[in-house]
Design a protein around this ligand. Structure first.
Ligand code: GLP
Length: 260
């Protein structure tokens, strides 16, 4: 795992965008996209470069979201399908038929996980997966206790996550209790994992994920099993990392040819 403590949210966004663009320029055809607030500065950076004409071509790129709420009316602005279209894929000119997410239609819920796994496999798997981390250490919507080998399935949110996400809705009561989410085993199949963490609310979870034991009690600790993980964090999110000086030294001394 490569942890890169950066000076600001803006630097996280610039480097995050560099990683995604380098992958696309290198032929990555499948992007994995997270929702939540954390990736938004990175997405805005990608959109800005695209509009300035200095981004890569997204022709042929396909996108897969990590997760989706269950129980929202179709087209609800806080559904992750609507959110990712608004915040990234529409402005990048990636058509809706190349943006995929777990299908929350109630009639198909029992098979929704399997169908999403099949779609991911058929696309050849995810080249770069953008990730955030929940304040309780969740990845996608894999709450503490999730199997480290889990695949896409229906999950129930914790109260902590529902409270965290209530800011996107009118009230806590409007936050769905159920979700479909890629499993931790699904996420591990992506070829490159790019975890973005910013703000003091992520410091404890990030420290547990990166330096704590591998445990289902901190789902993001599963990243320790993956051969290619890049963690970009701002100073407040990095505050709990015991080895942060070492991570800085490693990054400063990184050979230019190595890339992230
Ligand atoms: C959400 C999403 C995750 C996200 C996390 C953190 O509930 N399902 O994909 O990474 O929680 O969200 P935020 O970036 O808004 O703090």
């Amino acid at each position: 795992m490569e942890v890169v403590p950066l000076a600001s949210v803006e630097e996280v966004a610039r480097l995050g965008a560099d990683v995604v663009e380098a992958a696309v320029r290198g032929g990555a055809g499948v992007l994995g996209l997270a929702t939540g607030s954390t990736p938004l500065p990175t997405y805005r950076e990608l959109i800005g470069r695209h509009l300035d004409g200095i981004g890569p071509s997204y022709d042929g790129v396909r996108c897969f979201t990590l997760d989706e709420y269950v129980g929202l009316p179709a087209g609800h602005p806080e559904s992750y399908r609507a959110t990712i279209a608004r915040e990234l894929t529409d402005p990048l000119g990636i058509p809706a038929d190349r943006v995929h997410g777990p299908d929350p239609d109630p009639a198909g819920l029992p098979t929704a996980g399997e169908r999403y796994e099949a779609a991911l496999r058929a696309a050849g798997g995810v080249d770069v997966q953008v990730l955030g981390i929940g304040s309780d250490g969740h990845l996608a919507f894999n709450e503490p206790g999730s199997s480290l080998a889990s695949l896409t399935r229906l999950k129930t949110l914790t109260e902590e996550t529902r409270r965290d996400n209530a800011r996107f809705f009118g009230s806590l009561d409007e936050v769905p209790r159920h979700v479909l989410t890629q499993g931790l085993g699904t996420i591990l199949r992506s070829r490159h994992l790019l975890l973005l963490a910013t703000g003091p609310g992520k410091a404890a979870a990030l420290a547990a994920a990166v330096e704590g034991p591998l445990t289902a009690s901190c789902p993001a600790s599963v990243l320790q099993l993956h051969p290619h993980v890049t963690v970009l964090c701002d100073p407040s999110a990095a505050a709990g990392l015991e080895r942060r000086d070492h991570y800085r030294e490693v990054y400063a001394a990184k050979p230019a040819w190595q890339g992230l």
